[in-house]
Design a protein around this ligand. Sequence first.
Ligand SMILES: Nc1ncnc2c1ncn2[C@@H]1O[C@H](COP(=O)(O)OP(=O)(O)OP(=O)(O)O)[C@@H](O)[C@H]1O
Ligand SMILES: [Mg+2]
Length: 290
Amino acid sequence: MDKRLVIVTGKGGVGKTTVAAALGLAAARRGKRVVLCEVGGHDRLPELVPELTTVSVDPEQAKQEWLRYQLKSRTLAGVLGGSRLFQYLTAAAPGLSELVTIGKVWDLAQIERRTGSTVFDVAIVDAPATGHALAMLRSPSTFASVARVGPVGRHAATIDRSLRDPSHTGVVMAALPEEMPVNETVEFERALRRDLDMAVDSIVVNAVHPARFDREEVGRLRSATALRPVAQAALSAAVSEHLRARGEHAQVRRLRRAATAPVVTLPRIFEPELEREHLERLSAELERRL
Ligand SMILES: Nc1ncnc2c1ncn2[C@@H]1O[C@H](COP(=O)(O)OP(=O)(O)OP(=O)(O)O)[C@@H](O)[C@H]1O
Ligand SMILES: [Mg+2]
């Protein structure tokens, strides 16, 4: 909550947007001026948290804008001719869209911003899934070492320093209590440390089923017989829910053992659609547990 920039990532579909929105609400409750930034997402944040400032960044579009701006403002546009140079740069600089995107995100977190007048205490980023998020976080370091001289290299180095400064930037991972998301979380944490010497601050395991029955109660559920078929179906549903919860809790324990970052859980909400009240419940839980 004290960082200026918080990156939320995780495997696809595990609850990154939900966790980012829940964090945003929690920060706003503490009186922070929050900007929520969705990168390459479905633009769902304005609907989820209409009272917060939201920004959506499309990496491809951000890159094109940046190149057009560079070409217009620099004489080198004339050297090769605008469109050929444009194509050349786009092809020659893999990672450029990641760099421009993280640059936009970083800009939102700056106290003194060059553009606009709104200043935020914290920028929370609903980042792309793990692989793309890692490429995005790595791009400033890559560009800074490739382009040692010139404004792009200098800017990349500044962004890289802020990202790696734990008092400036935090990383939150969302996960589900399942085999693959747990593996991907652990791998991302390792890759982040290996490539950038950065740590994950918290892991949020989302949508965990509650353990409703103890051992003795499960025994009774299993041995009970009901006369009416609907009641018998309810008994087996209760047992299978229990098995599911037990499997999920085993995954949470596995994650706690394998990960370095602290692991907190959020409950599964049993509703077809997450409504505003549910998001607030998750947000309150998250605030308590972080
Ligand atoms: N704790 C929860 N209980 C029940 N449903 C949830 C919970 N958290 C998220 N969901 C629902 O699960 C779906 C996926 O969540 P969300 O969109 O936050 O994931 P995501 O990681 O951002 O997905 P994507 O990778 O597609 O961006 C959404 O429909 C969301 O409403
Ligand atoms: Mg999302």
